[in-house]
Design a protein around this ligand. Structure first.
Ligand code: HEM
Length: 174
């Protein structure tokens, strides 16, 4: 596993400006996901045009917060617990991760390089994100105190904040 933080950030910055930016990347993500993994399509009720903004904002927060585990871990644990409400299963994380890596590769290779190092670093980052979300989804009760300390309800949502993926404590990079 090799997670090169500089490379992760540089490539995300490129994704924002190249080949139609994060809108194009995000829409490709859902298009490919639903084509390749049609079983997960019924879980999504928000149209890709809206949903992609949330996914891209969360990726921006993750990339920005990767060196602040004290902030990023509660953010990811809360997100993992919230996904229980969306009926996400642990087995879906492999599909979503594979899909994200594939669309990033396609997006970034249009106007520049997509190197094995970039692929490795994104694969590692996606793996850590999935593992951290699943850890909390598997046992939300274990994370109740941590979530409360960080302003989340036991179900991972926030009381007076309809957009918990836009964590105010993490610089949002999207
Ligand atoms: C890399 C890991 C993932 C990230 C970063 C991510 C990010 C997000 C974000 C930011 C939201 C917006 C709502 C919220 O934050 O509570 C969301 C909603 C959702 N995600 Fe994920 N997600 C991930 C994995 C998955 C997986 C594995 C599935 C399974 C298919 C999934 C299915 C959904 C669904 C169904 C919704 C709700 C959509 C709706 O409102 O209709 N996500 N996700």
């Amino acid at each position: 596993m090799s997670l090169d933080v500089t490379l992760l950030r540089e490539t995300f910055e490129r994704a924002k400006v190249e080949n139609g930016g994060t809108r194009a990347l995000g829409l490709s993500f859902y298009k490919r996901l639903f084509e390749k993994y049609p079983a997960v399509k019924p879980l999504f009720h928000t149209p890709p045009e809206e949903q992609h903004k949330k996914l891209m904002a969360s990726l921006g927060a993750i990339v920005a917060g990767v060196e602040q585990p004290e902030r990023l871990l509660p953010y990811l644990h809360a997100m993992g617990v919230r996904h229980l409400k969306y009926k996400t299963e642990n087995a879906h994380y492999g599909a979503v991760g594979e899909n994200l890596l594939a669309v990033l590769a396609e997006h970034l290779s249009k106007e520049g390089d997509w190197t094995p190092e970039m692929s490795d670093t994104w694969e590692a980052a996606i793996g850590v994100v999935a593992k951290t979300m699943i850890e909390a989804a598997d046992n939300p009760a274990l994370f109740k105190d941590e979530l409360a300390k960080n302003g989340y309800e036991p179900d991972g949502f926030k009381k007076n904040d309809p957009s918990p993926w836009l964590d105010k404590t993490l610089p949002i990079g999207s």
